[in-house]
Write a protein that binds this ligand. Structure first.
Ligand SMILES: NC(=O)c1ccc[n+]([C@@H]2O[C@H](COP(=O)([O-])OP(=O)(O)OC[C@H]3O[C@@H](n4cnc5c(N)ncnc54)[C@H](O)[C@@H]3O)[C@@H](O)[C@H]2O)c1
Length: 462
């Protein structure tokens, strides 16, 4: 045996052999998975949390060759069982099942290259730190944690262990977002000076109702207490109350950051990524306007102020859980020459050129090269109520040709696996995620206090 490899763990070998041999991970690996076989080059994966997002991640992951699902953990027996059956029927092999994350990591850590954490937000930090310390690379869902201290502990654990920790802001690996930032905004500067940003997630009342489930498959009270679902309660909770918290952890302040962190995290992360800076301050307003019994605000609006390399700018964000009108969910970057309204959904993505844009030649060149598609020439609304001296000439409308031909989460998972193999850098490691997420932790306090919060290092540092 080559003495250089004597002290290498299986995980080290995976990275080094991929680097050295330019490992080709093609169709044969997934075929091996389907026939129950395995290869020493497969990335071996475990999951903590087998709820709704597990399904999304699993479906995105199942398309990626060279992966072996080894173990799953969930405190809800029915969900681990469902995961076991799904893998058995799709790939024809058995995974190991656990009801406790610590037990899974103790028994399986040396078999696992990567652990996916898809538990409620208040469990992200303990699970991520535990998995990193067990020697595994971690993909943890957003929001990093329900507290900034929890998120900081994740960055510290990543640094201390030298393991990879990707945070599930999947837009960071989305080629449409990368192209828009790198080519359209930064290289070709089609927006001109970016001065305003606007983002929203508007969700209908019908999609914001309490989650319910058949009681017979839910964990008992002692299990829910053991796993902290009573945290923050001011009285001894009944089984029914505990189960409500278990299914609807997003409504409780000790278990999650509420809609502004659950939905806003995706989009405020994009503000900071695209503007290339952290905001200077936040002001916010929120209310329990419809869901009066929920601990978190059901609707929140906030404004961040920025000093960007181009000058000062501001970003408005709203999350509504009572109204879907207003164009769904998107982030809009508004500049002196153009505006890019981008969304994970292609249908909500639009690009507009101002009628007096100073960079017409750049837009024309991008169209000529097929990087932008001109959809419509701006047409004034007209009508007897139009007052010419008030009106701006309408912008021309453009689109990005070509869409993502895979599930939206797949590129982010691929980036994580490529980083494990030593072939790429993470697009959203815990440090970058925290720098971008940090302002979000201060929106609810700003709305509660009705005070502007001016950020210091203390608010934003890792
Ligand atoms: N990136 C995205 O687009 C996206 C979308 C939806 C959800 N998410 C994130 O994914 C995470 C999970 O969300 P979800 O909708 O799947 O929630 P969910 O409630 O459907 O699933 C959570 C699962 O974790 C299990 N669980 C709870 N505590 C546990 C513990 N201590 N140990 C092991 N298992 C435990 C629950 O039994 C449940 O099956 C959240 O952080 C959420 O913010 C991300």
């Amino acid at each position: 045996m080559n003495p250089k490899f004597l002290n290498l763990s299986r995980r080290d070998f995976l990275t080094k052999s991929a680097l050295g041999a330019g490992l080709a991970i093609g169709a044969p690996s997934i075929l091996r998975a389907k026939t129950g076989g395995t290869s020493s080059n497969d990335i071996r994966v475990g999951f903590i949390g087998c709820g709704k997002q597990h399904e999304v991640l699993f479906n995105a992951m199942a398309n990626i060759p060279g992966i072996r699902y080894v173990a799953a953990c969930d405190i809800m027996k029915a969900r681990v069982g469902r995961t076991f059956s799904a893998i058995k029927s799709r790939f024809d092999y058995n995974i190991n099942r656990y009801l406790d994350a610590e037990e899974m990591l103790t028994k399986e850590a040396k078999n696992l290259d990567a652990v996916f954490v898809a538990t409620p937000d208040f469990w992200h930090s303990p699970h991520t730190v535990m998995a990193l310390e067990a020697g595994c690379n971690v993909f943890c869902e957003k929001m990093m944690s329900n507290t900034i201290e929890g998120a900081r502990a994740m960055v510290e654990a990543m640094d201390r262990t030298g393991k990879l920790c990707q945070i599930g802001h999947q837009r960071r690996s989305n080629p449409r977002y990368q192209f828009t930032l790198n080519e359209l905004i930064n290289k070709h500067k089609i927006c001109g000076q970016l001065i305003n940003v606007n983002g929203q997630w508007n969700r209908a009342l019908s999609s914001s109702q309490d989650i319910v489930s058949k009681p017979s498959i839910l964990p008992e009270a002692d299990v829910l207490r053991q796993y902290g679902f009573n945290t923050g309660a001011d009285h001894t909770l009944s089984l029914e109350e505990l189960r409500h918290r278990f299914l609807n952890w997003r409504f409780y302040t000790a278990l999650s950051g509420g809609p502004i962190s659950d939905l806003g995290a995706h989009q405020i992360d994009i503000f900071n990524w695209f503007l290339g800076s952290q905001p200077k301050s936040v002001t916010a307003s929120g209310g329990r306007s419809y869901f009066k019994d929920r601990e978190h605000f059901d609707n929140v609006m906030c404004i961040f102020d920025y000093d960007t390399p181009q000058g000062n700018a501001r970003a408005f964000y709203q999350v509504l859980t009572t109204t879907s009108a207003g164009g769904g969910y998107y982030e809009s970057f508004m500049g002196t020459d153009g505006t890019i309204e981008i969304s994970e959904r292609e249908a909500y993505t639009n690009i507009y050129k101002e009628s007096g844009a100073s960079n017409n030649a750049t837009w024309d060149e991008l169209v000529r090269r097929g990087l932008l598609k001109k959809e419509a020439v701006g047409v004034a609304a007209g009508g007897s109520d139009a007052i010419a001296s008030y009106e701006s000439a309408p912008p021309d409308v453009y689109a990005l040709p070509g869409g993502l031909n895979k599930p939206p989460h797949q590129p982010h998972i691929e980036n994580f696996f490529a980083a494990i193999r030593g072939e790429a850098e993470l697009t959203c490691d815990a440090r970058h995620a925290l720098e971008s997420e940090a302002p979000i932790y201060w929106v609810n306090p700003a709305a509660n206090s009705r005070q502007v919060i001016t950020f210091t290092d203390e608010h934003l540092h890792t």
